[in-house]
Structures are given as C-alpha cells and as structure tokens.
Design a protein around this ligand. Structure first.
Ligand code: HEC
Length: 156
C-alpha cells in the first residue's frame, strides 16, 4: 500500500490527463454546429469571436479588390503585395478558443484559402499574369464553397 499522498497524486494526474485529452479532442474535432433556417451549418460563437471572423473576411475582400486592380493595371507587384497580407506566412492571431469552436471542415477551407493566396503571390512574383487570373477564379470558388455551407452567429 502506497502512502496516501502518493495515491492522491496518481489520481490527480489521471484526472488532469483526462481533462487535457478532452481539450485536445475538442480542438481537433471542433464544435458541433446546428442547422440554420436557410439549411446551412450554423457555428455559434461569442460576439467578439464572430466579429473577429467577419473582420478577417473583410480583409479577404480587400485583398481580392487589390488583386483584381493589380491584374487590370498589369501591376504584379501590387498583386503579390495584396496576396501576401492574407497568406499563410502571416500570423493572424485567431485565439485558440475560437479555433477550437470551428468545425474541422471550416478550418480546412480557411487554411486552403490562405494557401491559394500564397500561390497567387508566387505567380505574381514570377510575373505570370494569366496564371494569377486563373488562380483568382479558383480562389473565389473557395469563398463560395464555404459561404454556401456555413453561417455563423455571435452570442453574448
Ligand atoms: C472557411 C469558410 C470561409 C471562407 C473560405 C470564406 N468565408 Fe467569408 N464568411 C464566412 C462566414 C461563415 C461568414 C458569415 C456568413 C453569415 O453570417 O451568414 C462570412 C462572411 C463574409 C463577409 C461578410 C463580412 C461582414 O462584415 O459581415 C465577407 C465580405 C466575406 N465573407 C468575404 C469572403 C471572401 C472574399 C472570401 C474568399 C477570398 C471568403 N469570404 C472566404 C466563411 C468563409
């Protein structure tokens, strides 16, 4: 028989491991979604988390505007610059608690969107205007794919 305090430590370690596993599991599985009235998957967030996502979205739209202007003006430097702002290489400061609430498919679409911006930046740096244009259309499909599937609500 071990001394009582040693057993308490063992029990505490087990409890903490279970909590840790649950948190890690929650992060990888994401939160469950409910169905919105229009049939899309509704992600429930706090007001500030929803504002964070919406703010990021407006950055995407700004990038798209600047990229298309760069293409129109045949200014690939401008295209590369605009795409880099929203690329994977930049830190985007999404709080981990917010990440944990996003469904895996949502995170995947978001990440793949950023790699599309990487691709645009690379093509623009190589002055491949046609390829940039094509890539932009592929990228806009990603915007649509996610918007058709997900909606969000900010509460509290
Ligand atoms: C991973 C999913 C996802 C991707 C990819 C995505 N969006 Fe969104 N976007 C959303 C969701 C969810 C909303 C909220 C929709 C709602 O409220 O019904 C949203 C909202 C927006 C809004 C409204 C922002 C506001 O202030 O209300 C804009 C603008 C927008 N997206 C632009 C874009 C553009 C441009 C792209 C592609 C370059 C894009 N989004 C890609 C998920 C995504």
């Amino acid at each position: 028989m071990k001394p009582l305090h040693a057993r308490s430590y063992q029990i505490l370690t087990i409890i903490l491991s279970v909590i840790l596993l649950a948190l890690v599991g929650k992060f990888f599985l994401g939160s469950s979604t409910s169905q919105a009235q229009d049939g899309r998957e509704m992600i429930t967030l706090t007001t500030s988390e929803a504002a964070h996502i919406r703010g990021e979205m407006r950055h995407f739209l700004t990038a798209i505007q600047q990229i298309s202007q760069g293409i129109a003006e045949n200014n690939m430097g401008r295209v590369a610059e605009a795409a880099t702002v929203v690329s994977t290489g930049k830190t985007h400061h999404a709080p981990i608690t917010l990440m944990a609430k996003l469904p895996p498919e949502f995170r995947k679409l978001g990440f793949s969107l950023r790699s599309q911006f990487d691709e645009i930046a690379t093509r623009a740096e190589a002055e491949e205007r046609e390829a940039v244009l094509k890539q932009l259309s592929v990228l806009l499909e990603r915007c649509n794919a996610c918007h058709e599937r997900f909606t969000l609500i900010g509460q509290k």
